[in-house]
Design a protein around this ligand. Structure first.
Ligand code: A3D
Length: 320
């Protein structure tokens, strides 16, 4: 059986890390694409030269021409610019929207059957725009943010409670901004919902509130430390989990930015919800029960996403 082909559009910090993980895990042949001449070729060759060490029989190629992504099974999009200290994700909108247009058209021409995972920020608006520009079915285009935000939430909980990250199931929904919605009632440690964990005295309500706040600002915390860019290891791992679930038809339930057609009372936009990822892409959206507080937080987060989509339509009238 032919190996899967994974096209990484954007060969920067996340793109290079994705290539490294995909090669190590023998997930498929990797093509790194970027507009910078030499960068995708150099990173592909560097990782290819390590395959004999880690014993992986995949090919790695770098390219500056979209024809190289032809017939890719998966495209992971990181093309664009990341945040610098003092910038919000939304500040990236104008620049990255133009990039999504070029990428969307490249995917439409060369890889129309791919499962597409967008990582470029501001995520929920960029994945929406990328889907519009590419014309691919909504189920085949998703955004990566929830896996990362939930992983940060789980890590902070593990650190505070002294329980293995493997026994924590944390969920964040809504848009990938500072008003994302960590789902405290639906997140569990060894099956116990977090309010129960607080009631049993493992952590105090104040500590839990602090963790929720830190999760919401998790991206900014890394930007402030790195100073020259944003997180890349955890975002890359998160997108690989999504690609793996698609390629292996694992049907994992992962929080992803998915297109809503009535779920959660919303239509016509992308926002973070729990999704079954299998061979058909975003196969099913899971509906969490939401109480009034959660509904209000979700609505606020969705409002920000709707504002960004409206801004995209103003900048590029072809999207209106
Ligand atoms: P960086 O290392 O700058 O890589 C971006 C790459 O995109 C560079 O190599 C550019 O040359 C390339 N590029 C720019 N324009 C184009 C184009 N038109 N076509 C192809 N390639 C192009 O950034 P990064 O890898 O650190 O981050 C990439 C994106 O991911 C940024 O928008 C970040 O904000 C975003 N990001 C999202 C998350 C989420 O959780 C959603 C987390 C971290 C970063």
């Amino acid at each position: 059986m032919a190996r899967a082909k994974i096209a990484l559009i954007g060969a920067g910090m996340i793109g290079g890390t994705l290539a490294h993980i995909a090669a190590r895990e023998e997930l498929g042949d990797v093509v790194l694409f970027d507009i910078m001449e030499g960068t995708p070729q150099g990173k592909a060759l560097d990782i290819a030269e390590a395959t004999a060490v880690f014993g992986s029989d995949v090919s790695l190629k770098g390219a500056n021409d979209y024809s190289a992504i032809a017939d890719a099974d998966v495209c992971i999009v990181t093309a664009g610019v990341p945040r610098k200290p003092g910038m919000s994700r939304d500040d990236l909108l104008g620049i990255n929207l133009k990039v999504m247009k070029a990428v969307g058209e490249g995917i439409k021409t060369y890889a129309p059957n791919a499962f597409v995972i967008c990582i470029t920020n501001p995520l929920d608006a960029m994945v929406w725009a990328l889907r519009e520009f590419s014309g691919l079915p909504h189920k085949k285009v998703v955004g990566m943010a929830g896996v990362l935000d939930s992983s940060r939430f789980a890590y902070f909980l593990a650190e505070k409670t002294g329980v293995s990250v493997e026994d924590i199931h944390a969920w964040t929904l809504g848009g990938h901004g500072d008003d994302m919605v960590p789902m405290v009632r639906h997140s569990t440690i060894a099956g116990l919902p977090l309010p129960e964990v607080v009631a049993q005295g493992w952590i105090s309500q104040d500590e839990l509130d602090g963790i929720v706040k830190r999760t919401r600002g998790g991206g900014g915390e890394i930007v402030a430390l790195l100073k020259t860019g944003s997180a890349f290891y955890a975002p890359a791992e998160s997108a690989i989990a999504m690609a793996t679930s698609y390629l292996k038809d694992k049907k994992r339930v992962l929080p992803c930015a998915a297109y809503l057609s009535g779920e959660y009372g919303l239509r016509g936009l992308y926002v973070g919800v729990p999704v079954v990822i299998g061979k058909d892409g975003a196969e099913r959206i899971i509906q969490f029960s939401v109480n009034d507080d959660e509904k209000a937080m979700f609505a606020k987060s969705v409002e920000s996403v709707q504002g960004l989509i409206a801004a995209c339509k103003t900048i590029d009238p072809s999207l209106a």
